[in-house]
Design a protein around this ligand. Structure first.
Ligand code: ADP
Length: 411
């Protein structure tokens, strides 16, 4: 550390004309002594809550932040240095936004990958590499990636249409997944019997064998440009069956040692084969026999890592900045076990958001409230979250329940 600091002082004098100062890695030099000061501009495609929390963590570092989003009132708009109104799915908008940046990242996969590929060719660093986004944003390619790299994932067949789907009744019970455009469970249909085939999508997708899920967990893997790799402890997700949304999430997940090791090895392999630096949230199913299957990977900061802000020494957001700025990776250990509850727009209410119960929640010991600043609520919309820290699992579950009953987002 001393070595880095003394180098910074030296370079500060040398490059004193720079007004926005941050570190970038000079590839001609090595390790800590290669850090020098110059302006570094980093952009985020998407201005939702993930972008907002990423920007909160950026405030600790010397970095000039940019956001592209087509809503100037989005959660991240007021926390970045430079906001650009534009469509993250549009080639021109993404290319123009990115061409003057040093690096760019995403808070969602559904972005214009062609533009990111062009930017990468022109020397802009993209986290994760555009090739990763191309694979992830299409569930057919994603499943083929796991298969080709011998990463355990449920068996599947590719389907092109609803008619095509009918040919695979022998594959049931199964889960039909839309190739592109599904999110938060909205591109997924559980199909138990031939009569339920009607629920399938009339578009390219995958039909995946139904896993008898015992636990759903997620492991975030951080990979630096140097190849340094760290894993966050696994979190266990519990879903609201009606809304098909996360109900609460516990960290660490309760796993036997052998399942934990298996899950860590699988998560690491799933992220490493992309051959790209970045942050990878790997969602996994564990069945009753302790078999581990990858469900999907998000190559970015993710809902399953919200609790790391208060619960871990380095949060997922801090970690992504470290990766993009070329710093050493942070400490992923938990400070205390945690539970995270999403604050979701209540059923039957659409319009300007009003929050009930926040004061009561703020009275709870070691409860940390995050409101994302979305003006409008609608049923199922993610409006905020609360993380609680405690040594005792019973205390965490009790408080998670209390919070869910206290908070209501309505109009
Ligand atoms: P999304 O990306 O839209 O969130 P997922 O692929 O994560 O969709 O699937 C949503 C949920 O559907 C999962 O959390 C899981 O509960 C269930 N599911 C998905 N795939 C399978 C499977 N192969 N077997 C059993 N359940 C599954």
């Amino acid at each position: 550390m001393g070595k880095i600091r003394s180098h910074i002082v030296y370079k500060t004098k040398k490059y004193k004309r720079n007004t926005q100062l941050s570190f970038i890695r000079n590839t001609n030099e090595d390790s800590a002594s290669s850090l020098y000061l110059c302006a570094m501009k980093i952009g985020i495609l998407g201005g939702g809550q993930l972008g907002r929390m990423l920007l909160q963590a950026a405030a600790n570092y010397q970095v000039d932040t940019y956001v592209l989003e087509n809503d100037q009132d989005c959660p991240a708009a007021h926390l970045c240095h430079h906001f650009t109104l534009g469509d993250i799915k549009d080639y021109e908008a993404v290319y123009r936004f990115g061409k003057c940046l040093d690096a760019i990242t995403v808070e969602i996969e559904n972005v214009n990958v062609d533009a990111l590929e062009q930017l990468e060719k022109e020397g802009v660093k993209v986290f994760p590499a555009p090739s990763v986004l191309r694979i992830i944003k299409n569930k057919i390619l994603q499943k083929q990636y796991y298969q080709q790299n011998e990463i355990p994932s449920a068996a599947f067949v590719v389907t092109h249409s609803k008619d095509d789907l009918q040919k695979h009744t022998d594959f049931l019970p199964a889960v039909h997944k839309l190739g592109e455009g599904g999110y938060d469970g909205r591109g997924v249909q559980l199909i138990g019997t031939a009569a339920e085939m009607e629920k399938g999508f009339d578009a390219p997708g995958v039909l995946e064998k139904m896993v008898k899920i015992d636990k759903e967990i997620a492991i975030t893997v951080a990979i630096a440009s140097t190849g340094e790799l760290k894993l966050f402890p696994p979190v266990q997700m519990h879903f609201d069956q009606d809304l098909n949304l996360l109900d609460y999430q516990l960290c660490p997940a309760e796993l036997t040692k052998s399942v934990l090791w298996k899950a860590e090895a699988v998560a690491q392999a799933a992220a490493k084969h992309f051959k790209s630096p970045g942050l990878f949230a790997v969602e996994l199913f564990i069945d009753a026999d302790g078999n581990v299957f990858v469900n999907e990977t998000a190559p970015r900061v993710h809902n399953s890592g919200h609790h790391t802000i208060e619960g871990h020494y380095s949060s997922q957001f801090d970690m992504l900045w470290r990766i993009m700025l070329g710093y050493p990776l942070g400490n992923t250990d938990a400070i205390l076990p945690s539970v995270m509850v999403n604050i979701i727009g209540a059923n039957g209410f659409s319009g300007p958001a009003v929050y009930e119960g926040l004061e009561e929640v703020l009275k709870i010991d070691n409860a940390f409230l995050h409101i994302y600043g979305k003006k409008l609520t609608k049923p199922g919309r993610k409006m905020g979250h609360v993380t609680v820290l405690s040594q005792e699992k019973q205390d965490l579950l009790h408080k998670a329940n209390k919070i869910k009953n206290l908070i209501k987002v309505r109009t």
